[in-house]
Design a protein around this ligand. Structure first.
Ligand code: NDP
Length: 258
């Protein structure tokens, strides 16, 4: 696997915490000798710390570039590729991970701002990122294409829950977009991969309840949530398969999750 990933450039959105951060570490640990990581999120200081922590753990065989990026801002997304230094310019693996949930509330109580930010980040942001990176993947190898697009969806995109109507709708949209893109690109050498997590304990778990840790913990009653590393391992496993193997669609949840 290390050899297959060697020389690749991986761009991860939402790499400042949780699953995105773990995925960055997992790529670096799996292929520590010649890998380039572009880590993006809004919190640039946190990203810089993640970059430093990766290099201090695996060494300087992994080049890490932290880039401030708000995926919900289409201008920033459009400008991203042009801003990258030449050595990071050929993106082989795009991990569309950035996402958020704004509270748990019944449909009539969800404010317009929260609806807009969830769609702008989870759906339009992911689509804009894909549109920004895909053209360069399509041009590779004389038009045969090359690369991986890995979209982090959610179990919520397959099975909606009470109080999560908008979040679930965004993740169902991610699922539909990913499936359509996979079909569109079937004749190309571009793998389109969904990784749909169930309950994973991250900042997301508490943010969802406006910082109320007791409410957040109650969700995990009777089940031990996954760690972000559990999802990161699946992402890197899919990216590290030989080219003809597509781990197209993976649902990962903790044992006992209802
Ligand atoms: P975290 O809150 O730990 O991480 C979310 C990441 O997304 C952060 O790095 C955050 O960085 C980034 N982010 C949020 N908004 C934006 C934005 N507008 N532009 C760029 N980056 C943004 O949560 P998780 O790791 O749990 O979530 C990662 C993904 O996994 C999400 O798509 C989530 O929906 C999905 N997921 C999570 C589950 C869970 O139980 N935790 C279950 C199923 C799916 P910053 O604030 O610095 O911008």
């Amino acid at each position: 696997v290390a050899k297959r990933l060697q020389g690749k450039t991986v761009l991860i959105t939402g790499a400042s915490s949780g699953i995105g951060r773990s995925t960055a570490f997992e790529f670096a640990r799996t292929s520590p000798h010649d890998l380039k990581l572009i880590l993006t999120a809004r919190r640039i200081d946190t990203l810089k710390q993640v970059a430093a922590d990766i290099v201090s753990e695996v060494g300087s065989g992994v080049k890490v570039l932290p880039v401030q990026l708000d995926v919900s801002n289409p201008d920033e997304v459009r400008a991203l590729v042009g801003k990258l230094p030449a050595e990071f310019g050929k993106i082989d693996v795009l991990v569309n991970n950035a996402g958020l949930v704004k509270g748990v509330a019944k449909a009539p109580e969800i404010g317009e701002d929260d609806i807009n930010v969830m769609f702008a980040t989870n759906v339009t942001g992911l689509i804009n990122m894909t549109q920004a990176i895909l053209p360069s993947m399509l041009e590779r190898d004389n038009g045969d294409g090359a690369g991986d697009i890995i979209n982090i969806g959610s179990i919520a995109g397959r099975e909606a829950y009470v109080g999560g109507s908008i979040y679930c709708a965004t993740k169902a949209a991610v699922r539909a977009f990913t499936e359509s893109l996979r079909k569109e690109l079937i004749a190309k050498r571009i793998r389109v991969i969904s990784v749909d997590p169930g309950q994973v304990e991250t900042e997301f778990s508490v943010v969802r309840f406006g910082g109320d840790k007791a409410k957040a913990d109650a969700v995990y009653a009777g089940c031990e949530p996954l760690t972000p590393d559990d999802i990161a391992e699946a992402v890197v496993f899919a990216a590290g398969r030989r080219e003809n193997v597509v781990i197209a669609d993976t649902l990962i949840f903790p044992n006992h999750q209802a």
